[in-house]
Design a protein around this ligand. Structure first.
Ligand code: SAH
Length: 246
């Protein structure tokens, strides 16, 4: 009989090695197997005793099932995500896979280790644009209809929230982000500040803050997290911040 192993879902943070938590670093050092989307697994240095399993982007459930299989065989498996694993990432996919898999030994020790998510890393680089109430919206319609995204955008704008957008614009859906900008201009007016933060904390980091009137869809891609301020968000020197009162 094999003893059940461990399954850890770990967030690697936005890119800078210094932003990987010591807890995640220790889990990576103790792993026998690391599973994840190709660019995230490539961030892990190979070493004897460690097997790296790279997989494609849209196979989250297969990846989770594979990780569960290996953990059930007694291995110490780490699934890696960028940023935080609970934010539009692998932690939920793992629990979905677990729910769909009767018979998985319940003595597998599952742990979710947080990481610094893109919007918080971006906000810190910009100043404090998320300093008051805010929400995060995934603009990808892979797993939900575009009509739901449009509705949530309008409601968040009407609710007075600052907003962070993940997966804003990809080659396979180049037009939707323009529609999102139109909705935001409609709800918030042209003067509202919008920041585009690309490759945050990586060597090619690029930050760009404009008004909604000036914003164009090409300012965002899949390496960008977009932050829209609330009605009080303003510039102070080269920083952008949102006051704590409203
Ligand atoms: N779990 C991740 C998000 C995965 S969704 C997290 O917590 O950060 C992928 C999206 O995250 C990208 O399309 C982009 O919008 C954002 N993102 C991730 N890393 C980023 C970085 N270093 N700079 C800017 N945006 C990033």
């Amino acid at each position: 009989m094999t003893t059940a192993g461990t399954l850890t879902v770990a967030g690697l943070g936005p890119g800078d090695e210094a932003l990987i938590t010591p807890e995640v670093r220790a889990a990576l050092d103790a792993a026998t197997d690391i599973v994840g989307y190709i660019p995230y697994v490539r961030r892990i240095a190979p070493r004897p005793g460690l097997t790296l399993h790279e997989s494609d982007n849209r196979v989250e459930l297969d990846r989770a099932a594979h990780a569960l299989d290996m953990a059930a065989q007694g291995r110490r498996v780490v699934i890696v995500s960028s940023g935080d694993p609970g934010v539009f990432a692998m932690a939920s996919a793992l629990f979905e896979a677990l729910e769909n898999r009767p018979g998985t030994p319940d003595d597998i020790d599952i742990r979710i280790l947080p990481g610094i998510t893109a919007m918080l890393a971006a906000a810190a680089q910009l100043g404090a644009p998320l300093g008051h109430d805010f929400c995060a919206i995934n603009l990808s319609d892979n797993l939900k209809p575009w009509s739901v995204i449009e509705h949530r955008l309008r409601m968040a704008a009407r609710g007075g929230f600052a907003m962070a957008f993940y997966n804003p614009r990809s080659a396979s859906r180049p037009h939707q982000f323009g529609q999102a900008l139109d909705i935001l201009r409609d709800e918030c007016g042209g003067e509202r500040l919008i920041s585009f933060a690309r490759d945050v904390t990586k060597p090619d980091q690029c930050l760009h803050t404009v008004t909604l009137a000036e914003a164009t869809p090409e300012m965002a891609d899949m390496r960008t997290v977009v932050i829209v301020g609330n009605a009080d968000t303003r510039r102070v020197g080269r920083y952008v911040y949102t006051p704590r009162r409203a």
